[in-house]
Write a protein that binds this ligand. Structure first.
Ligand code: ARG
Length: 592
């Protein structure tokens, strides 16, 4: 695309010398499926240029501006023609020979990632809380975060996948004390997670109701902060119970995330508070004795401060830190480790992150060179439009949600000859693929409606539709006639030169060539639905291609013609689809 940007910019400069050194933007993009053009690129520069020219005294309608700069674009062997549409959009089409080159490279070398300078990136995602069930909000974070991490890794960044689990604070004092009382032999018989939740509720009840329990809890927290070995052991046991449950979900969904929970920043919080104190950022809060708050430079926007020190600290002879403090410490630490920090956490925490990031910048822990993103997302809704709940109104357990997905996918799957193991793998790929894709294909900032019925449909923008298309590619490539004629596609692919003649061949090649640009945009905006939109369009175009362009065809004389070049195009489609599936965390299936 950069070549096109250069050419269009050159055209603009040549057509309008009166703009002098004034910056101009070629505004080149890849038209999305909603635009009724098969052009490869589009420039939306004319509208803005018309305004710039007007300011310089040249009145010219955008369509004329478009005509003038396209006429001035230097001669080249890439662009084949222009079309001016609507108020002044320029559709730019490119030469088939250029496209053939792009497709040949894709086929020969594989789906290469767009080039980027390697950066250390931290992606904070999933991040459930110990002793609590991982809920659908964490599922969204897990799915989106995994996909973003895969994309960043693919383009060559050095990615740390961080699970910021909630594993610290007063609740753990309660859990530890209650554990000691109820399960004296807890070391040999660890309780299960559902127990652990009820267990936490019971511990909390005692904390609220039993006067002699409270001081023990505070003592346990102090001991935990002081790394007392016996207390740490009990704490680890509690954490392990949850950890195992989380890991079961991660294993099922192919999630890779390393635990570095709130506790990891424990000692760093002391330093953070010290620094805030000496920078004069800490204020006593009048409403609660002992509580210390800090305002960030976005005070006007957020209207709430960060709570850095808890009010109940003094009561138990320790400084009580909060979720805010741990995030400040985490930010400072992460900024020393990476230049790009990504936080995949629900929209409900956006004020929190605005404040944390702003204070981090105010304190210069985060430099202007750092990129810090809160990748927010909406809530999961049931089909009734209300928060996703079970029929009895309870929160849905992720295990049950995945189980039901597998059950429903099993019923929807087509039956072919497969071993039970193959079939189980296929059904899982469909179920988890559908759950992930339904999440990723929606603009993440919106709430989304969770519906098995919708996500398992084989038409429309669903994983099933895309997975089926890919199995079609594979079944064409498996056609027995190919082997009969001694054609080895995999052996030929690295050196085959693609030719494009049929209009649908040209069209599919254009869509294949867009992949790197779409990926760049997806990563720039951290919006996975852009990649989903793209593969959905690609699949639609593939369906047209598939209907019109046969690769293996019986001739009138009874012989069978195998069109190797077409097979190579099929193979290229499969390569791009499978790369995209991988980036979305979806397992491809070859047969169904
Ligand atoms: N444990 C938190 C929750 O369940 C999410 C943590 C997100 N990450 C962070 N750095 N705050 O709400």
């Amino acid at each position: 695309m950069s070549v096109i940007v250069e050419l269009v910019t050159a055209g603009i400069r040549a057509a309008f010398p009166q703009l002098g050194e004034e910056p101009v933007d070629a505004l080149v993009s890849v038209p999305s499926g909603k635009v009724s053009t098969d052009a490869m690129y589009q420039s939306n520069a004319a509208m803005r240029l018309a305004a710039q020219l007007k300011a310089k005294g040249t009145k010219m309608p955008p369509r004329e501006v478009a005509a003038a700069f396209t006429a001035a674009i230097p001669k080249n062997d890439i662009i084949s023609g222009y079309e001016i549409a609507g108020p002044g959009f320029v559709n730019i089409d490119i030469n088939t020979s250029f496209l053939e080159g792009v497709t040949t490279k894709l086929l020969n070398k594989g789906v290469l990632p767009p080039e980027h300078t390697k950066q250390p990136v931290i992606v904070d995602f999933s991040s459930p809380n110990i002793a609590k069930e991982m809920h659908v909000g964490h599922l969204r974070s897990t799915i989106i975060g995994e996909s973003i991490a895969r994309m960043l890794e693919y383009i060559g960044h050095d990615v740390q996948r961080v699970n910021h689990v909630g594993d610290w604070g007063t609740p753990f004092g309660m859990l530890i004390c209650h554990l000691r009382d109820k399960f004296p032999n807890f070391q040999s018989e660890p309780p299960s997670i559902s127990d652990l939740q009820g267990f936490y509720k019971a511990a909390k009840k005692r904390f609220d109701e039993e006067p002699e329990f409270k001081p023990r809890v505070y003592e346990a927290v102090v001991k935990l902060q002081a790394h007392d070995p016996e207390t740490i052991l009990a704490w680890n046991l509690v954490c392990d119970v949850s950890r195992r449950e989380f890991q079961r979900i991660y294993d099922r969904l192919d999630i890779d995330v390393k635990e570095k929970g709130e506790s990891f920043y424990q000692d760093m919080m002391v330093e953070v508070v010290k620094q805030l104190e000496s920078a004069g950022k800490l204020e006593e809060d009048d409403t609660a004795p002992g509580r210390k708050i800090a305002w960030s430079s976005v005070k006007k926007e957020t209207k709430v401060p960060l709570i850095v020190v808890k009010s109940d600290g003094a009561r138990c002879g320790m400084t009580g830190y909060t979720y805010d403090t741990s995030d400040l410490a985490a930010l400072r630490y992460r900024a020393s480790q990476a230049t790009w920090l990504v936080y995949v956490v629900d929209n409900g925490q956006s004020t929190h992150f605005q404040n944390v990031f702003a204070l981090g910048r105010d304190m210069e822990w985060v430099s202007p060179k750092h990129r810090v993103d809160h990748v927010g997302f909406g809530v999961v809704l049931g089909e009734d439009g209300k928060r996703f709940k079970t029929r009895s109104g309870d929160t849905v357990r992720l295990k049950d949600l995945l189980d039901e997905g597998v059950e429903r996918a099993g019923a929807a799957a087509r039956t072919t000859e497969m071993t039970p193991e193959q079939r189980a793998r296929m059904v899982e790929a469909i179920a988890y693929g559908c759950i992930k894709y339904a999440d990723l294909s929606h603009n993440r900032t919106n709430d989304y409606v969770f519906s098995y019925d919708k996500m398992l449909q084989d038409k429309g923008n669903t994983a099933v539709y895309l997975l089926y298309a890919n199995t079609r590619v594979h079944s064409i490539l498996r056609n027995p006639e190919i082997a009969k004629q001694n054609i080895d596609i995999d052996a030929l692919a690295p050196s085959h030169t693609v030719t494009l003649t049929h209009p649908k061949e040209i069209k599919i090649a254009k869509y294949l060539a867009r992949f790197p640009e779409v990926l760049n945009r997806t990563i720039d905006t951290l919006m996975p639905h852009r990649l989903c939109d793209y593969i959905y369009e690609l699949t639609n175009v593939f369906t047209e291609f598939y209907q019109e362009c046969y690769a293996v065809q019986k001739q009138s004389d009874g012989s069978v013609k195998v069109d190797v070049n077409r097979l190579m195009l099929y193979k290229s489609v499969g390569m791009v689809l499978e790369q995209a599936f991988h980036l979305l965390g979806i397992r491809a299936i070859e047969a169904i």
